[in-house]
Design a protein around this ligand. Structure first.
Ligand code: DAT
Ligand code: MG
Length: 139
């Protein structure tokens, strides 16, 4: 069996509203194993580095402010077909378009405060995981 990894973070609103445990429960129930986890907070500059791919988009400044507005819970997750299966579990970026039963449908407040991140490729999963975790923190 092949296994692979993705990267996620529970975003500031979902952490502040006390949904961390419920979200982790959904992630584990869907068959993902937690490889690394912590609670931390990004500065606006570091949020800007994480989302650098979006720097030309009109929402970039607001996104960096929002993502640095409170604690987040980044995680590396492992499962066969991790990247695609995790994107399916979290649902569409805009919660109004997210399918029933997805994490964003349940917990997102808006397209910006959409509760959770999920990497969009194996390559970005590795880059994003290493943005938050040293090799010795990945089990
Ligand atoms: P995703 O998080 O589903 O991968 P993305 O990579 O296109 O979505 O965008 C990154 C984040 O930026 C997204 O989770 C929320 C924010 N964002 C995206 N589109 C937006 C928009 N039209 N208005 C405000 N924020 C937006
Ligand atoms: Mg994305």
């Amino acid at each position: 069996m092949t296994t692979n990894r993705t990267f996620t973070m529970i975003k500031p609103d979902a952490v502040a509203d006390g949904h961390t445990g419920a979200i982790i429960q959904l992630i584990e129930a869907a068959g993902f194993r937690i490889v690394a986890i912590k609670k931390t907070q990004l500065s606006a500059d570091r949020a800007g580095q994480f989302y650098a791919v979006h720097q030309e988009r009109p929402f970039y400044g607001d996104l960096c402010q929002y993502m640095s507005s409170g604690a987040i819970v980044p995680m590396i997750l492992e499962k066969e077909n991790a990247v695609a299966d995790f994107r399916a579990l979290i649902g569409a970026t805009n919660p109004e378009q997210a399918a029933e039963g997805t994490i964003r449908k349940k917990f997102a407040k808006s397209v910006q405060a959409n509760a959770i991140h999920g990497s969009d490729s194996d390559e970005n999963a590795a880059i994003e995981g290493s943005f938050f975790f040293a090799d010795l923190e990945k089990f």
